[in-house]
Design a protein around this ligand. Sequence first.
Ligand code: KG4
Ligand code: ZN
Length: 338
Amino acid sequence: SENIYILGIESSCDDTAAAVLCNGKQLSNVVANQTIHTDYGGVVPELASRAHQQNIVPVVHQALVKAGIDKSQLNAVSFTRGPGLMGSLLVGTSFAKSLAYGLDIPLIDVNHMQAHILAHFIEEKDYKKPEFPFLAMTISGGHTQIVKVNSYFDMNVIGETIDDAVGEAFDKSGKILGLGYPAGPEIDKRAKLGNPKAFKFTKPKVEGLNFSFSGLKTAILYFIQRETKANPNFVKENLNDICASIQYTIIGILMDKLKLASKDTGIKHIAIGGGVSANSGIREALKSGEQKFGWTTYIPKFEYTTDNAAMIAIVGYLKYLENDFAMHDVMASARLKI
Ligand code: KG4
Ligand code: ZN
């Protein structure tokens, strides 16, 4: 049968990414990280869109070269329509439209949050695909949601954050501790060397399946200010223990809500996705649910956790099979919902 080649383009935040899939199998997955934001302690939208504009052609070119195909072989161009930063989304959207028009092939719009979930359907050896219906907890720098996934494109958000995203809880805590941006990976690394019960932070009380992380950030800030007043070297001397304790608290919050969601819905097939699903602690905690609660868990490969274009291309492929194409006047949408 015929090979279907799909190009995916992702530019919703600060990473410019392009990937090529053949029949849902990854041939290339290229990401250009923007390191400029490190100095500012967060993503600067204006700088992000400028960097996308600079990176997009080389990144797409590299994805095609690595895949070993010519652009004339592509069957469709898929791109992130939203949610994300408008200036960033506009670069990927405009580029994808032009390329699809130039090659005279279908254009496919993709919801970034659906893509974090559907990344589990990329064809991979030793990858079991989730069984419907399943629960997906998407945890990233911009979002924290629990989604009931009935089929590829029938999803309901059953819980979400009422303030900060969980990735922000990592990044803002890291900023308080003087760590670089994004701080999630370093907190993860240090947490492995520290005692998770060294310091106790109270979990927020939020109704039902919703999350809140802004109170935790404030609690950590006050705690650090108080301890530093007594001992100016407090952070330096206890950094690993502080990181371990923060991570332990965050994982506790996430797992409590997942358990509740599983109980409420009766669904025991549970997936995670998004940048924070790279965290070793949450991966372990989720996995332990197999023994403890009889869950079947789905944990993404590292390259599919943080923002990437393979996840955009797999959604592109699934939509391609359904002839679900975008019009050429489709617009980027910063607040696109699942
Ligand atoms: O999905 P993503 O790349 O971008 C968004 O859509 O937001 O997620 C980025 C977030 C950042 O907050 C980063 O600190 C967090 O993912 N992150 C981690 C880890 N790796 C990335 N958080 C905790 N532990 C990690 N290992
Ligand atoms: Zn993301």
